[in-house]
Design a protein around this ligand. Structure first.
Ligand code: 6PG
Length: 248
């Protein structure tokens, strides 16, 4: 059931017994949304996140029954963010998707739009932005069909961290960010891009996320957190949580 929340239609919060159930529900949603988009416009354009939570989903999407029920030739994969490391690096979000999903599907090379994390961060961000602009044929903001996000215990999503100037970026599609605490560089989609998506799906699991989710989903101070600022203009925002993450 969709209810209007803060001006965006929210697909709401769904709670699952465990991460496996959550991952299957997410795979079913990906399958349903991709079939609908391919049916109406011949392609489905998704941006994926890194982290640990989506590993199960990516593995399921590359396995039966999902792998055979999705028309991969018509799917384009982008990333919501990327660590500024080479594609072979253990921290690479591209590597995560390659090792869990891409290895099991025959996605045409031209359908994989990775961030070149091996490049200088600002150059990687500009090249990624150019790729997105050319792909969508837009000079403003692209409309991704689907953006998969996680949420950190601090309320970050993609690589939009609390207090980061990247949150307020009004015009660029992708920007480099330097994470002082971790002393690492990343490239992230910006908030307007995420908020222009047709469907945003957050996955969150584990009791370490219970507090931040209570703040974002059930307190009125959600806008303090980047993940609480995902309010798509015309799309839906769905939260898939396991019982532990929904504990509060
Ligand atoms: C990344 C992700 C990041 C992630 C959250 C949650 O590049 O790491 O984009 O935003 O979604 O940090 O990570 P977990 O799924 O590991 O909790």
């Amino acid at each position: 059931m969709e209810t209007a929340v803060n001006g965006s239609r929210s697909a709401g919060v769904s709670v699952f017994d465990d991460l496996n159930e959550l991952s299957h529900a997410a795979a079913k949603l990906f399958q349903r949304l991709s079939r609908a988009a391919i049916g109406t416009k011949g392609k489905f354009v998704a941006a994926l996140s890194g982290g640990t939570t989506p590993r199960g989903l990516y593995t399921l999407l590359g396995s039966a029954p999902y792998v055979n029920a999705i028309d991969w030739r018509r799917i384009h994969l982008f990333w919501a963010d990327e660590r500024c490391v080479p594609p072979e690096h253990s921290e690479s979000n591209y590597k995560l998707v390659r090792d869990t999903l891409l290895k099991n599907i025959s996605l045409p090379e031209g359908n994989i739009h990775r961030v070149h994390g091996e490049a200088v961060p600002d150059e990687a961000a500009r090249a990624y932005e150019q790729d997105i602009r050319e792909f969508f044929g837009t000079l403003t903001f692209p409309n991704f069909d689907f953006i998969l996000l996680g949420v950190g215990a601090d309320g970050h999503t993609a690589s939009l961290f609390p207090g980061s100037s990247a949150i307020a970026e009004p015009a660029r599609i992708a920007v480099p960010v330097y994470l002082e605490a971790l002393q690492v560089n990343r490239v992230t989609l910006t908030l307007p891009v995420i908020n222009h998506a047709a469907n945003v799906l957050f996955l969150a699991a584990g009791k370490a996320k219970a507090s931040i989710l209570q703040n974002i989903l059930y307190q009125d101070n959600s806008l303090r957190y980047p993940a609480g600022q995902i309010l798509t203009e015309n799309g839906t925002v769905a939260w898939f949580l396991d019982r532990e993450a929904a504990g509060k």
